[in-house]
Design a protein around this ligand. Sequence first.
Ligand code: KDO
Length: 336
Amino acid sequence: MSLSLNRRGLLAGAAAATMSLALATGAMAQDKVQLRLSAVQSETDQRSVAMLEKFAPMVEDFASFEPHWNGTLFGQGTELEAIASGDLEMSITSAQELATFFPEFSIFTAGYVLQDADHQVAVFKDPLFDQFKQKAADELGVVLLAPMYLGRRQVNLRQSADELKVTTPADLSGVNLRMPGTDAWQFLGKALGANPTPMAFTEVYTALASGAVDGQDNPLPTVVDAKFYEVTKQIVLTSHLVDWNFIALSKETYDSLTPEQQEKITAAAWAAADFGRELQLKKEDELVSFLEDNGLTIYEPDVAAFRNQVQKMYLESEYAQTWPDGVLEKINALGK
Ligand code: KDO
């Protein structure tokens, strides 16, 4: 009897200890700020790796970082509204998505303006960018913490170079080119000479495999990470947009932090942005041979022809009317 009592007593004691531990950790977890991040890239994308390896550890003493990759929590282009409505705390947003709320952000979506990763950082840190950060914070409730390098966007086609050789924008006439869903993206597709089709990132692989679209545009690391190279045959090195994203945080969440925590979360975002940029740049350099080994033809078109047409179309567009006076000149002055 005493044995069974001891056993029962032990079990009861263990249960009580487990309960108090759960309450304690639960309470501690509840003390941590919840940072749900929704993004459409995979967990192996360099930006995701950077958030997991750099951002998460630097904020873990006061925040619970909860990433949702592959668009599993919110679909592409819906994240900013989710943040504004309090249903999400973080996203890896873009100037193209911000331009749907504030047209002036389209200056950072125009082809052949930003020159390289260093130029992006210089622009983000320059006072010229303050008005853009302020607008996102004041009118959308989104704090842009740091710039993430996505890479040089290239035209990636299903057709082989023997079937369709692209030298100038005229060669893309009639080509059904998937572009992300916002107007700024559609305009870029038209400026390249193609027939743009709006489509969410997570649908692109299937659309390429089925022939629903003729191609898509993304940097080489994305072509590999999303396995687009399995269902395409060529890459035209237009480098039409040196693309970037922004690590975005709900202003309500940011304002709820102590000044020290605000400094920490900003430093963590920059640490992730810097780490991810180096990874992405390295990938861009080494992936040409990987893609050629996997049967893709990769070549440079008449880049000047693409640059001239794209820049002309943007300058003549209604987008250019929304650009604050002097900003384009300041952006250019920060470049090489
Ligand atoms: C895309 O949908 O092609 C795009 O490259 C747009 C970017 O702004 C960004 O959303 C990116 O997808 C995702 O992060 C997936 O790489």
